[in-house]
Design a protein around this ligand. Structure first.
Ligand SMILES: Nc1ncnc2c1ncn2[C@@H]1O[C@H](COP(=O)(O)OP(=O)(O)O)[C@@H](O)[C@H]1O
Ligand SMILES: O=P(O)(O)OC[C@H]1O[C@H](OP(=O)(O)OP(=O)(O)O)[C@H](O)[C@@H]1O
Length: 197
């Protein structure tokens, strides 16, 4: 398997703003990004990045490009990814067209990884981190209620939730322990700020 974190930093800073939403599995990244996408449907200059993931399409969750490991390797070889990482036994890729979008000075929003944050920032030096926080007891409940992972996988995600808390110094922290609409509005407001010249 190719090393997921070995891409070299871009030669020059990319203009535009990449907003990277970061937080523990189950904290609500997909939910809040989905709310923001709906609220900003009239703003095509905001790209909501569709990730490639080695997770079956029918597993649920975000709309992603589902690839096998072999297909993911082939995409790396063909230079189709701007950036890749690995976490929770899965591999993730961001499409190359993200670079062209940002190069036009536009805004993009992506579900990121705390574990890969340093690499993301190396490749996209102007990237902004939005951290999603959540009370631990609520997190455990939401992961169980989501029902996408087994109990063993959920246990591993809860360990990882607290293990990576120091990886990111977020530009904005949004607490999602309460209603999603409130947290979603904060994310939308932040994206609108980034859109303002
Ligand atoms: N504020 C909220 N209140 C109640 N349930 C929520 C809230 N935010 C997210 N959820 C639910 O919690 C689960 C995890 O959210 P999800 O967006 O999948 O998190 P992540 O993308 O960070 O793993 C999902 O079932 C989602 O519907
Ligand atoms: O380094 P971490 O911050 O722990 O994140 C690890 C990975 O988990 C999340 O993906 P995914 O959406 O597949 O998982 P989730 O829905 O369980 O968060 C996140 O987007 C990262 O790709």
């Amino acid at each position: 398997m190719a090393n997921a974190l070995d891409r070299q930093p871009a030669a020059a800073p990319v203009p535009g703003r990449l907003i990277v939403v970061l937080g523990p599995s189950g904290s609500g990244k997909d939910t809040l990004i989905g709310l923001a996408r709906a609220a900003l449907a009239d703003r095509p200059e905001v790209m909501f990045v569709r990730r490639a993931i080695t997770r079956p399409a029918e597993a649920g969750g975000e709309d992603h490009l589902a690839l096998s490991d072999a297909e993911f390797d082939a995409c790396i070889d063909e230079g189709r990814f701007a950036l890749t990482w690995a976490a929770n036994g899965l591999r993730y890729g961001l499409p190359r067209d993200l670079e062209a979008h940002l190069a036009q000075g536009r805004v993009a929003v992506v579900n990121g990884s705390r574990g890969a944050w340093r690499v993301i920032r190396d490749v996209f030096p102007g990237a902004l981190a939005v951290g999603i926080s959540i009370e631990p007891g609520i997190l455990a409940h939401r992961l169980a209620a989501r029902g996408r992972e087994s109990a063993t996988e959920i246990a591993a995600r809860l360990v990882r939730a607290s293990a990576l808390t120091d990886e990111v110094e977020a530009d904005l922290v949004i607490d999602n322990s309460g209603p999603a609409e409130i947290a979603g509005d904060r994310l939308v407001a932040y994206i609108r700020e980034a859109l303002a010249p």
